[in-house]
Design a protein around this ligand. Structure first.
Ligand code: OKP
Ligand code: ZN
Length: 343
């Protein structure tokens, strides 16, 4: 399997996020991608190539122009105010506050963010565009006839909606790729999100559409981040009604419960008649993950890969979460090798 990787991910290196009332070092670190790349090489998964640049047009198919311009200019405008620390928002446009875009960067940061765990740094724009390019190059390869591709995307993407960042995500790499697949001839695309956290951004982007099926298996938002989306009764709207499936599972759920939900999701993908599959591949479902509460063990990820291969669809994997840095490489490589039916 081909891997798309760019060193530019390193340029996203936030200092801290707000956890339990204090600023703690970011869980989403460059070392995560380093470990995944090392495992891909060690397991001889296949060629590792540099993504091709696609420019902003395919990003703007999914993201709001004001949001994209904000991300592009935020760091420069933030530092022009004399600041040299990462940019984090400090309030949100919550119920009954006016939905108007503030004029300056400080207010826009609040308007365009979902949480205060997603710092904008000097290299955020470059890293986020490189991740989108990795996903887009992957999509391009599927269109060219490749069976499966791994886009080693960092920063991740599934919490980012058309007009906000959050959950360590800026551009929704998987959604951008799914849209590119649609734009280049794939008639029906399924996006399956197996990260521990609900893919609220991806759901939101495709919620009113029947050409992209979205399914997510995740910690129940009644107790887990992102809290405000990912509930079982969210089934899509208008054209999209019946094309959104959430499988919220109680925090602490066991491995067999998780795989039962996976079987239900795979059944829906087969029924939908997808031409291609995009997998939002988070491995924070691992028992040892520091911020999540499922119980998959490293060998279970091989099983996951094998089950996904059973759909027999052109498949693009986009990396999402996974914060147990030591095991992240083995966990991700197991999914990809399981897919290719190799040890
Ligand atoms: C990203 B992905 C808020 C931090 C809360 C955020 C979890 C993001 C998970 N300051 N935790 O889905 O793995
Ligand atoms: Zn996650």
């Amino acid at each position: 399997m081909l891997t798309l990787y760019s060193d530019s991910h390193r340029l996203q290196h936030g200092r801290s996020e707000l956890i339990d009332g204090t600023l703690k070092p970011c869980f989403e670190t460059p070392s995560r991608a380093d470990m995944v790349l090392a495992a891909v090489r060690e397991r001889d998964l296949g060629d590792v190539i540099h993504p091709r640049r696609h420019g902003l047009a395919p990003i703007l198919r999914v993201h709001d122009e004001g949001y994209v311009r904000f991300l592009e200019t935020a760091w420069q405008r933030w530092t022009a105010l004399g600041r040299d620390c990462d940019a984090l928002p400090k309030m949100w446009q919550i119920r009954r506050l006016r939905e108007t875009v503030p004029e300056q960067v400080e207010g826009q940061l609040c308007y365009y963010s979902m949480d205060c765990g997603t710092p904008i740094t000097a290299g955020t724009w470059q890293a986020a565009t490189a991740a989108a390019d990795a996903a887009l190059t992957g999509a391009e390869r599927l269109i060219g006839g490749e069976r499966a591709v791994f886009a080693l995307t960092r920063p991740p993407g599934h919490h980012a909606a058309s007009d906000y960042c959050g959950g360590y995500c800026f551009f929704n790499n998987a959604a951008i790729a799914a849209q590119a697949l649609r734009d280049h001839g794939m008639r029906r695309v399924a996006v399956l999100d197996v990260d521990y956290h609900h893919g609220n951004g991806t759901q939101d982007i495709f919620y009113r559409r029947s050409d992209v099926l979205f399914l997510s298996i995740h910690g129940d938002p009644r107790t887990e981040y992102p809290f405000f989306l990912g509930h079982a009764d969210e089934k899509g709207e208008d054209e999209g009604l019946g094309y959104n499936f959430n499988f919220p599972l109680a925090a602490g759920s066991c491995v067999s419960t998780w795989f039962f939900a996976l079987d239900c999701a795979l059944e829906q993908i087969a029924r939908f008649g997808a031409d291609a599959l995009v997998v939002s591949l988070g491995v924070d479902t691992f028992r040892g993950d520091p911020i999540s509460r499922f119980q998959l063990e490293t060998p279970d990820f091989t099983t996951l890969g094998a089950r996904l291969a059973g759909l027999k669809l052109p498949t693009l994997f986009c990396l999402e979460g996974g914060y147990a840095v030591g095991p992240i490489g083995d966990n991700v490589a197991n999914v990809l090798c399981g897919f290719e039916a190799r040890a």
